[in-house]
Each structure stands twice: as structure tokens, then as C-alpha cells.
Design a protein around this ligand. Structure first.
Ligand code: PGA
Length: 249
């Protein structure tokens, strides 16, 4: 089975609903000839409008986060079924900004993953080491421990709905991309881990995408590596032309 490439736009806390719709109005034409899977992750407030705007296009919708409980007294939070109901196919879990600024732990991310899957959302699970961890030769150990905990009690069936995003923290929003070789080395390692935690088939079929300062000039080289099955794009996904260029790399 060949792994279909996935190119994801993580808009973070950018674009009002109106701005999101303008993006899609420009992007949908550019996206027509793209064979890769395309998913946009706008802020929650843009989801209902974008759900209308992407009708009859090859663009899918996702959310950047969700709460681990199904519903209840959690002021300010959003549940999996609310996302599903707003047109989301996907959700990003464990982004390094959530880990760093909102204290999300691997255990919490594991709970969220379980809830997302129960609600038929597909998950982009983010992992990656900090600069300090890389410089002290702890990169693989960090990624291994994140994977083990985040994927705890996930079945061989459930893992089919998960895409792993390797995002070295030192490469996010810094303009400092991992070299294709650095990224490939870690992607290969993650694939070996998947074989250990699940089996050979899971290791072969699970998509592992790269994120961290992906842009028009480095996307092609990164995406040509054997074990890099797509990209999670932040800054460079805010402009329709530049994102379309990355999508067709
Ligand atoms: P960046 O963000 O492309 O702006 O580095 C990537 C991400 O955080 O997913």
C-alpha cells in the first residue's frame, strides 16, 4: 500500500471567519489539480463558515485542539462531537505549543486521542524534541517516550486513523528547518517504534508527516524523502499561493 501524502495547514490563532473564507475562495481553484490530501486547521470560530466554503472541493477541515471529555462543565472548551458537527474530519493533538503554553502532558494527549477516535475524528498526533534535548542526544529517547505514552492502549484498528507529525520544537516558527536527512532519520526511527508497539503492517501503512518551518523552497526536498509522508505547515500556510505551491511539491 502506498501512503497518500497529507499536507496540513495549521493556521494557529490567525484569520477571522471572513479572512478564512477569502483564503479558501482563492485556494480552491489552485487546489483542484493537487493529488495529495489537503486539510486546513483554522481557529474554531472559522469552522462553520469554512465547512460551507469547502463544499465540492478537495479540501478537508480539521481543528487545532479539543477537550478530552465528551461534554460537561469545562468553561471555554470544545468537544469532539462539536468539532464533528462543525465539519471536522481531523483534529491536531499534542502540538508543541499546547504542550509548552498549556501544560499538555503525554497522558492527557493519550486521553484526547482516545476521545477523538471514539468520535470518528482522525488524529494528527504531534511529537518532537526541544533544542536542548537534541543537543544532549536525547532526541530519540524523547520521541520514543512521547510515542509510547500518547499511543498507550491504542489498538491496531485505531492506529489506522492516526497520522504522526514529527515536529522538532526548535524548527517550529524559527525558520530553522530540519535537514531532509535529519527528518528522515527520525521518521525511520518512528517507523521502527511503530513496528515494536504495533506490527510491521502498521509501521508500513502509518503516515508520518514533518512540521517545522516548511516553506515553498524546502518542501520539495523534504517531501521526496522515503519516510516523509507529508507536511504540517504553519506560517507558510497563511498565504493561499504559497500553501498551494507547497501542496503540489
Ligand atoms: P511553522 O509551524 O511552519 O510556522 O514552523 C509548524 C507547526 O507549528 O505546525
Amino acid at each position: 500500500m502506498t501512503r497518500r501524502k497529507l499536507i496540513a495547514a495549521n493556521w494557529k490563532m490567525n484569520k477571522t471567519a471572513q479572512e478564512s473564507v477569502s483564503f479558501v475562495n482563492e485556494f480552491r481553484e489552485l487546489a483542484k489539480k493537487i493529488k495529495n490530501e489537503i486539510v486546513i486547521y483554522p481557529p474554531f470560530t472559522s469552522l462553520p463558515e469554512l465547512n460551507k466554503a469547502i463544499k465540492n472541493t478537495n479540501i478537508l477541515l480539521g481543528a487545532q485542539n479539543m477537550h478530552q471529555e465528551e461534554k460537561g462543565a469545562f468553561t471555554g472548551e470544545v468537544s469532539a462531537s462539536m468539532l464533528k458537527n462543525s465539519g471536522c474530519e481531523y483534529v491536531i493533538l499534542g502540538h508543541s505549543e499546547r504542550r509548552a503554553y498549556f501544560n499538555e502532558s503525554d497522558e492527557l494527549i493519550n486521553k484526547k486521542t482516545k476521545t477523538a477516535l471514539k468520535n470518528n475524528l482522525r488524529v494528527i498526533l504531534c511529537i518532537g524534541e526541544t533544542l536542548q534535548q537534541r543537543e544532549s542526544n536525547q532526541a530519540m529517547k524523547t520521541v520514543e517516550s512521547q510515542l509510547k505514552t500518547c499511543l498507550k492502549n491504542i489498538s491496531n484498528e485505531e492506529i489506522k486513523s492516526i497520522t504522526i507529525a514529527y515536529e522538532p520544537v526548535w524548527a517550529i516558527g524559527t525558520g530553522k528547518t530540519a535537514t531532509p536527512e535529519q527528518a528522515e532519520e527520525m521518521h525511520k526511527f518512528i517507523r521502527q517504534m511503530l513496528k515494536k508497539l504495533f506490527n510491521e503492517k502498521v509501521s508500513r501503512e502509518t503516515r508520518i508527516i514533518y512540521g517545522g518551518s516548511v516553506n515553498e523552497s524546502n518542501a520539495k526536498e523534504l517531501l521526496s524523502m522515503e519516510d516523509i509522508d507529508g507536511a504540517l505547515v504553519g506560517g507558510a500556510s497563511l498565504d493561499a499561493r504559497s500553501f498551494a505551491h507547497i501542496c503540489s511539491s
